[in-house]
Design a protein around this ligand. Structure first.
Ligand code: ZN
Length: 380
């Protein structure tokens, strides 16, 4: 890796898009590709100037962290959650869920499988090449995880003529992601992160709410344990025998609203036995809010697995102080050795293009605080 410092500072992925980029996306401007390049250069500069060690492209070419696959894979079409309502078995319950969780149903687009899934063009390889050409820093490439993709894109009435269920679709999703990961490994990508935002939701939202908003079609009958087993299996098949990058999984606790009360609360405790069976190098977890409980739970995470430790909240206007961040890291070093700890914000700053949770100047200040805290920790 191009960084060999202790407490490497990195990001979870997305950066708030500039207003001119959002405007161009909406108008489907013919200059969009150029503008996406310019926005990516800005996202790189912000991260470099803030002192981030491992940077991302800010996902400036993506509408959100998983919808972008619709442009790059065959057999997928984008639908807003509002459009999807017509296909959900229990329409009223799904509508209530969206309202209760403060989900922007018209702003979030969900990719839906409508035919055989195969690569039209690479999912992230072109993004990686652009990033590599424009920074000397180590880089992180983000991809939606196989569990999220096989669950959120399979919708009864739209997908079942091609794939009878989410499991058969899962085989093709794994094949697509493996192809991508192999190419990224051969090209020398330092970090690849799979986003599996709903794993904590399966566990923390309870049995009654297994129909998560990002997985409208999730069978109401399946148990959280069964779903987590499925996720372990899919991730392990995706990474099997591919070596090179530090491969991680990011598990969210909710980043779609700035209203903390609608977001998930509860410890990662119950997830750890499943994480321990994933053949991955790093687990990127959110610990910046009291909703996550104590980081002492991470004592149970098998060494030498690394922790991408979320220590700043991307959704608040207040910037965490350096001492506050240092204190959070010291809590973790009581149970996990420092060489296993990477520092990052809890989640992306602009997960959904039209509803970023931070503006660029706040995000920049938060990354700066993170880098200053890392410096202080390294000196001690
Ligand atoms: Zn997250």
């Amino acid at each position: 890796m191009r960084t060999d410092v202790r407490y490497p500072v990195t990001v979870v992925g997305s950066w708030p898009r500039p207003s001119w980029l959002l405007e161009a996306m909406k108008r489907r401007s013919p200059a969009l590709a150029d503008l996406q390049d310019q926005a990516t250069l800005l996202a790189i500069k912000f991260q470099e100037d803030a002192g981030v060690d491992i940077i991302s492209d800010g996902e400036q070419r993506r509408d959100n962290f998983y919808s972008f696959i619709a442009e790059r894979l065959e057999g997928i079409r984008l639908m807003t959650l509002a459009e999807l309502l017509d296909y959900v078995e229990d329409k009223a319950a799904f509508e209530n869920l969206l309202n209760a969780l403060d989900v922007p149903a018209f702003a979030i687009r969900n990719p839906v499988v409508i035919g055989k899934v195969r690569r039209r063009k690479p999912l992230a390889m072109d993004d990686y090449r652009f990033l590599r050409e424009h920074t000397r820093k180590a880089v992180k490439i983000t991809l939606p995880g196989p569990y999220l993709l096989s669950r959120s894109t399979w919708v009864k009435g739209l997908s079942d003529s091609t794939y009878p269920d989410g499991d058969t679709l899962g085989n093709d999703i794994v094949a697509v992601l493996r192809e991508e990961l192999k190419e990224l490994a051969e090209a020398g990508a330092e970090m690849v992160q799979f986003d599996e935002p709903v794993l904590s939701e399966l566990l923390l939202a309870g049995r009654s709410a297994t129909r998560t908003f990002m997985c409208a079609a999730l069978a109401a009958s399946s148990s959280p344990e069964g779903e987590l087993e499925r996720a372990v299996n899919l991730l392990n098949r995706t990474v099997e025998r591919i070596h090179g990058p530090v491969v991680s999984v990011h598990v969210c606790r909710g980043n779609w609203s700035r209203n903390e009360e609608v977001l998930l609360s509860g410890s990662y405790d119950g997830l750890i036995p499943y994480l321990n069976r994933m053949n991955l190098d790093q687990f990127v977890l959110e610990y910046a809010t009291p909703r996550a409980g104590s980081p002492r739970a991470l004592a149970a995470l098998r060494p030498p697995a690394q922790i991408g430790y979320g220590v700043v909240n991307p959704r608040t206007a207040d910037v965490e102080s350096v001492d506050e961040i240092v204190h959070r890291v010291r809590e973790l070093t009581e149970v996990v050795s420092s060489d296993r700890i990477f520092l990052n914000p809890d989640c992306g700053f602009g997960t959904f293009a039209e509803r970023p949770v931070a503006d660029a100047s706040t995000a920049f200040a938060k990354l700066g605080a993170l880098a200053a805290a890392a410096k202080k920790l390294r000196a001690s």
